[in-house]
Design a protein around this ligand. Sequence first.
Ligand code: ATP
Ligand code: MG
Length: 390
Amino acid sequence: MQEIILCKLGEVVLKGLNRRSFEQKLISNIRRRTNRFGNFKIYSRQSTIYVEPQGEDCNVSAAYDACRQIFGIIAIARAVPCEKDKVAIFKTAKTYLGDALREAKSFKVESKRADKSFPMSSIQVSQWVGGALHDAFPHLTVDVHHPELTVYVEIREDAAYVHAPSQSAAGGLPIGMGGTAVSLLSGGIDSPVSSYMMAKRGVQLEMIHFASPPYTSELAREKVLQLAKELTPWTGRLNVYIIPFTEIQEAIRQHCPEDHFTLIMRRFMMRLAHQLAKELHCKALVTGECLGQVASQTMQALAVSGDVTDLPILRPLIGMDKEEIVRLARHIGTFDTSILPYEDCCTVFTPRHPKTKPDVAEVRELESALDIDGLCARAMAGREMVRVRF
Ligand code: ATP
Ligand code: MG
């Protein structure tokens, strides 16, 4: 039995004409992600996208797993095609869903008839196939309201299809529907999660990372690239821009008071991310900041770091507890890498008593000791771009 994959569309927030572009975007994302598993025919009908293997050498299981991580799909199921005939449909359901039918206590059959020339109505198909399955699995009771197992039958032009139970999928919106943004990726737990959350809203991300060799090691750099790699099943391929940050950190340490070190460093990160965003035509910045988590994440501190850019700063974790963030990090698969113990540039000169209620005007004044434009220009000029694929 050659299975096919059915992807149920998630929230179509943008109605009307945009619905088509939603579907087209999703189809091209699915195509890009499944083509290494064989040649699939991918098309949409009535809020469902069909992913059909063309030939025996397609790896349907791998394609199914990949689709579960594609944003825009809310639920996913496998199905098998059979002849458009009630007995064939019953036999297919009996074999294909035999295990599930044996395990369930109650069931129902739900049919859809797209081929109006088929001689039975969808209700008749459900009744007939349901009756035959009930005879074959007499322990089952029929429950049309809350069945443990629903057997789906679809009668289409080319064939009839029997679906297995559906599983939940990634939800969200197709990548590319939500615009583009630069995401600040550190080696911590939070920023991979914030990147995931914005990708889930359809945002195509460009990643920026600040590295301070020799204070930060080659391993810290590898860790960040590994995190980016672990994000790609959700985000699609990523470009990681690695920006040398050592000179900036040393200049701040030399010329600015210690209690303002982290704040001024953050402002440089925001400036550089802003410059990259302008260059790449991105419309927002994304960070893993969370209110109250550390000294640089008070409201006043957020105001100070946001002062250097007029782009919206998206902080999807702002109201989350650490446990919730950790749960998500485990779910997306980045947690184990995030807790590897390599130094990040933020942990390199941490002030003993960081300023928690900074003042924008004061910070601007303190920064005037620095050649801000020159430092930024040299950092941008020394950057490296690494392409990360899944
Ligand atoms: P994370 O777990 O994401 O590192 P955190 O709780 O450790 O976050 P901070 O270190 O204060 O918090 O960083 C806040 C945010 O600033 C990060 O979530 C990330 O978006 C950005 N950031 C921090 N360090 C870097 C870095 N070296 N490169 C890129 N972005 C960074
Ligand atoms: Mg950090």
